[in-house]
Design a protein around this ligand. Structure first.
Ligand code: FAD
Length: 448
């Protein structure tokens, strides 16, 4: 009988346990449901929708080439999956396990109706427990426990597929209007190649350069990290494939970064509301109202007067991605220098990132805000000007903040402080010392 494979954030054919299991039982039909209801406010944001459009087109081609087909439908996942299953008289519904609370809810709505397979992580995160059989809250011990399971299983090849004789109706991808129309802000996304082939190409490129990873991963001007995050988020490649392709090349440092992705999934299993609620509320009085809104807008547009912050925010808007060092600095600037609630920044990232990922995004925002169980203390305040110099961000700034492109290496990190700011470059929203003192003062008065 026909086997239905429900694709979600696993838009690939290789190393796909659900697809393989389905292929062993009969003809296979792939199904993707565009569901803007079940995830509530966490439905895919603008940049993710751009990615999704291209990734689904690529997946349809891959499935076709293997002998199957992809059906597109829209609506509430649990209902639509059941409906299509009954239309095709499916003998089984297969899916890979995901950890976002809304997916877990959809999987068990009215009883477990899908057969779940593990395979989008290095090791099933619910399986990693402390000595007293509790979930971990801190990364270090989690990584040590995960390390016991290395190497992860070898990736599975794509299965050979057959499809049912008659296909149910499918939406046209174009009718979903996932791409921006006017204004088309996605011009700068050309550097990305969504889909399984694009992911494999990106991985091959990284494998050749991975020797530089540990030494250069913190330098935003250098292309030394994998840039696999959007491919990993949409499941066009698995962490296991990445792990095995690299071998020892990225070193322990790379394994540790990749494992943060597993860890954040482990965290949302025990704290599904991670994206909406501080794990340890600090009781800080944050800013709101007109002046704070104006500052927030300037931050989103990359007009804070701090070159590294502005470069990061403009890279995000123009390319749908931001270097990790810049993510740390821009997030810290919003939360501490501007004293604005972390979840406003988190929501902006959600809409703008091609790798917007509920677990990773929430976990990292809470880390910077000092509200996560594992986080940097609030009173540790990153100095954006010093960070810029320390991590050699001059060329990064030149690329993303063109009005500063002609400044020297000595002036570019702090053009206002050096009296070198060109006309037209934003004035700092707040001085570093002043911002730092305001944040520390709010911290000292917390809960009062
Ligand atoms: P590499 O350095 O090449 O790492 C390889 C992979 O490991 C990444 O693709 C990612 O899947 C994983 N990884 C690396 N660092 C982290 C981390 N700190 N936390 C979780 N996983 C990690 N990452 C996302 O995938 N989606 C997000 O929405 C997201 N939001 C973030 C928000 C903030 C405020 C911060 C500080 C970080 C955020 N990150 C997020 C984590 C990290 O910045 C990105 O994963 C990384 O920059 C992606 O680039 P890369 O693929 O070149 O990473």
């Amino acid at each position: 009988s026909t086997q239905l494979v429900w694709f979600r954030q696993d838009l690939r054919t290789k190393d796909h346990p659900a697809l393989r299991a389905a292929a062993e039982c009969g003809p296979v039909l792939g199904l993707y449901v565009l569901d803007d209801e079940t995830p509530g406010k966490w439905k895919p944001g603008g940049a993710s929708r751009w990615w999704l459009h291209h990734s689904l087109a690529a997946l349809a081609d891959e499935l076709e080439a293997l002998g199957s087909a992809l059906i597109l439908r829209r609506g509430r996942s649990a209902e639509v999956v059941r409906k299509v299953a009954s239309e095709v008289k499916a003998g089984g519904i297969h899916a890979n396990r995901h950890y976002e609370p809304w997916w877990r809810e959809a999987e068990c709505e009215k009883g477990d109706f899908v057969i779940l397979h593990d395979g989008d992580v290095l090791h099933e995160p619910s399986d990693i427990r402390s000595g007293t059989n509790k979930p971990f809250k801190i990364y270090g011990p989690y990584y040590r426990a995960l390390h016991e399971h290395f190497p992860p299983p070898a990736p599975l090849p794509a299965p050979r597929l057959s499809r049912p004789d008659k296909l149910p109706p499918s939406d046209r991808l174009e009718s979903w209007k996932l791409l921006p129309t006017s204004p088309d802000w996605a011009g700068g996304f050309a550097e990305w190649e969504p889909g399984e082939k694009g992911a494999a190409r990106r991985l091959r490129h990284f494998v050749d350069h991975a020797g530089d990873y540990a030494g250069k991963r913190d330098l935003p001007a250098v292309d030394s990290t994998s840039r696999l995050s959007p491919h990993l988020h949409h499941g066009e490649i698995t962490p296991r494939q990445v792990w095995h392709a690299l071998g020892r090349r990225g070193g322990d440092k790379f394994h540790r970064e990749l494992a943060w992705r597993d860890f954040s999934r482990h965290i949302i299993l025990s704290d599904p509301e991670l994206g909406e609620r501080s794990q340890r509320p600090l009781g800080l009085k944050t800013r709101s109202g007109k002046a704070a809104d104006a500052d927030f807008r300037a931050w989103t547009r990359g007009q804070t007067g701090y070159p590294l912050v502005d470069a990061g925010m403009r890279q995000l808007w123009q390319s749908g991605w931001m270097h990790n060092r810049a993510r740390l600095v821009t997030a810290s600037f919003l939360i501490k220098h501007l004293l604005i609630d972390w979840w406003r920044g988190e929501e902006w990232f959600w809409d703008c990132l091609v790798d917007a990922d509920y677990a990773n995004n929430s976990q990292n925002w809470q880390w910077v805000a000092g509200t996560g169980f594992d986080s940097q203390p609030f009173y540790r305040i990153m100095a954006p000007l010093t960070q810029s110099e320390k991590f050699d961000a001059a060329d990064y700034i030149r690329r993303w903040v063109p009005e500063l492109a002609r400044l020297s290496d000595a002036d570019i990190h702090d053009p206002w402080g050096r009296g070198a700011a060109p006309a037209g470059y934003a004035k700092p929203l707040i001085g570093h010392r002043e911002g730092r003192e305001r944040a520390l003062d709010a911290f000292a008065k917390r809960g009062k």
